[in-house]
Design a protein around this ligand. Sequence first.
Ligand code: FAD
Length: 283
Amino acid sequence: MSQTAKPDRTGLSLEIFPPKKEEEFDNIFSFLKETAKLHPDFISCTYGAGGSRAGKTIEIASYIQKELKIDAIAHITCVGFTREDLERNCTALQEAGVNHVLALRGDRPKDMTDEQFNKREFFYATDLVRHLKSHTALQIAGACYPEKHFEAPDMDTDLRHLKEKVEAGATSLITQMFFDNTYFYRFMDKVRSLGIEVPVHAGIMPITTAGQLGTTVSLSGSSVPKELADLIATYGENKEDMRKAGIDFAVRQIRDLKEHGVDGIHLYSMNKLKTTTEICSQI
Ligand code: FAD
């Protein structure tokens, strides 16, 4: 997609992650075969914090790209990386036929000392984007935060850094998950008013179990609107009711985004086939 082209329909893309357990690894390929039938514009595959299981990300992204012929985006982080590590990783990606990455700084690994963190080779995602742009032919996406990144002192500062990331070479953006669309609309007004014109894919995470709030969601720092909190209080105890209520919430959120002309919906699939297909069939 060109940097400024406005698609004539709302795009749909998915995020998946490499299963942690070796015995679950084969399941991801059957999951992908099924989700390919939904014709997503792209599927992105996450990268373990600190670079663990990098090979798995590449293997899965390669399968998406080469076997399923769907644009694969491999997430890549740089917080613990040297230039040599990065070059090795980029070579492996390109040999595997993957030519699109989501360039991230990543979170500081727990075992990284202050000294290592302060001396890291790539300070921010923008440094990674700049390096990839000048040393590789990879297409580059970046992350953004409708409720601001947790380290940024304020939204304007975070947006100034986001603009630098796009100017360095990120040609599309994927947002952190959010549950209240008003944050996204406010964010988009600011993004566009700063002259950031690249497509922005809205990250939607269906909340299908009460436990998700305590884990994934609290890590993201995203606000939980009263409607979602009430829904969990009402249905949280009953697995299937909670799943249905969570799907319904996500579908309503997506429909509203589509009505507002969002560039794309990026569904955090959590590798859950039934939930993913049900949401896609309803939107
Ligand atoms: P950056 O863009 O570098 O921003 C980090 C902070 O630094 C921000 O507060 C920013 O304002 C600030 N900053 C930027 N430039 C400057 C500057 N020049 N001076 C001062 N401050 C600056 N993590 C994983 O480990 N694996 C994944 O697969 C993964 N996938 C993700 C997918 C998406 C869509 C998103 C939104 C996040 C993902 N993350 C993943 C989490 C991500 O690694 C963390 O949120 C991390 O803390 C920030 O990464 P970033 O690329 O957004 O960093």
